[in-house]
Ligand binder design. Structure first.
Ligand code: DC
Length: 222
């Protein structure tokens, strides 16, 4: 079974998708981490961020994998050609680079192929922007998570502060609005809700309430 969780930055996708995967005993795939890994590879290699073909070649050449800590139910570490980039993919520099990288059509072709391969191996919860529309249009359950931009910015600012980065609320909100616009207006797979996705507005809901709601959708589809 495929559970597709899409939505904008800060909508709660990662938190919800992870908890849901643990509760269901499914695998979990963070597709944003894959685009972020290509962005880190591009920054490291000095690949021009405005050259889709060069970015595509890079995306096809790198090896992205996810690793479990002993005893953890889900992977917690991201490896790029065997190097741990778990922290590097969450820096402000990676945040900025990932928009042009994920807008490059050749990068998307490479990542979508990999996501389909990983998702097809076992029951899986995948989170991203285009899972229900492009990667797995036949997913049994499609959820589109939303929340107001202000709430999403508050959540991101908390994440940032917890990771030891600067977390000015106004700057985070501006970054979220910029990424929303970029992700939803780009030519290659713009972010949009699948027509048959269940929209869950997480504003004002606790994490547990959202997981319960999505788990009920999965149960109904089984
Ligand atoms: O979910 P995230 O913030 O880690 O995603 C990082 C970037 O990757 C975000 O700007 C949108 C892009 N992305 C995408 O285009 N398609 C996906 N399936 C997942 C993420």
């Amino acid at each position: 079974m495929i559970v597709a969780i899409d939505g904008p930055a800060g909508s709660g996708k990662s938190t919800i998708a992870r908890l849901l995967a643990v509760r269901l005993g499914f695998r979990y795939l963070d597709t944003g981490a894959m685009y972020r890994s290509v962005a880190v590879a591009a920054l490291d290699a000095g690949t021009p961020l405005d050259d889709p073909d060069a970015l595509g070649a890079l995306a096809r050449a790198v090896r992205i994998s996810f690793e479990h800590e002993p005893g953890e139910p889900l992977p917690t570490r991201v490896l790029l050609d065997g190097r741990d980039v778990t922290a590097a993919i969450r820096t402000p520099a990676a945040d900025r680079a990932v928009s042009p990288v994920s807008a490059a059509a050749p990068v998307r072709v490479a990542m979508v192929a990999l996501q389909r391969e990983i998702g097809s191996r076992a029951d899986c919860v995948l989170e991203g922007r285009d899972i229900g529309t492009v990667v797995f249009p036949d997913a049994e359950v499609k959820v589109y998570l939303t929340a107001t931009p202000e709430e999403r910015a508050s959540r991101r600012a908390l994440d940032r502060a917890a990771a030891g980065h600067e977390a000015d609320h106004a700057a985070v909100l501006a970054d979220i609005l910029r990424r929303d616009t970029h992700d939803s207006t780009r030519e290659a797979s713009p972010m949009r809700r699948a027509d048959d996705a269940h929209v869950v507005d997480t504003t004002g809901l606790t994490i547990e309430q959202v997981v319960d709601r999505v788990a009920a959708l999965v149960e109904a589809a089984r």
